[in-house]
Design a protein around this ligand. Structure first.
Ligand SMILES: [Zn+2]
Length: 135
């Protein structure tokens, strides 16, 4: 797998573009240039490899959303405390701000829920891949 990838990378260093693509830095036509390299006009780095995978499980990206979870707890905790502290007597602006912080926390919590759910659903795939690596 990894060898194949390296071979593709190498081929892309030698293969040249048979069609026109344009540098997004200066608009130079990169036809006849290599697939991966630097623009001869502005020296900007480019990669014209048509590798756009979709719907493929990337094990490296399968992580529990710890940072989002942490932020959600902070937003909900502080937002809640802030809201409680400003309800009696009601301070309109601070109540509104606290509500926004709580809303943000709820948004984060929802994302954490979705990501965590996905993580546990895909974990068996994940452990199977690790097991295959050992064999
Ligand atoms: Zn350029």
């Amino acid at each position: 797998m990894r060898e194949g990838f390296a071979r593709d990378e190498l081929a892309d260093m030698e293969r040249t573009l048979s069609y026109s693509v344009y540098c997004n830095g200066c608009g130079f036509d990169l036809r006849h240039q290599t697939y991966v390299g630097r623009c001869p006009e502005c020296n900007g780095e480019y990669n014209a490899r048509p590798t756009s995978m979709k719907g493929i499980l990337n094990v490296g990206e399968l992580k529990l959303p710890f940072v989002d979870g942490f932020l959600a707890v902070i937003c909900l905790g502080f937002g809640g405390m802030w809201l409680a502290a400003n309800l009696n007597p009601v301070n309109d602006w601070l109540v509104m701000l606290a509500s926004l912080v709580i809303l943000l926390g709820l948004g984060l919590a929802r994302r954490v829920w979705v990501d965590a759910h996905r993580f546990f659903r895909l974990r068996h795939v994940f452990t199977r891949i690790e097991h295959d690596d050992d064999a």
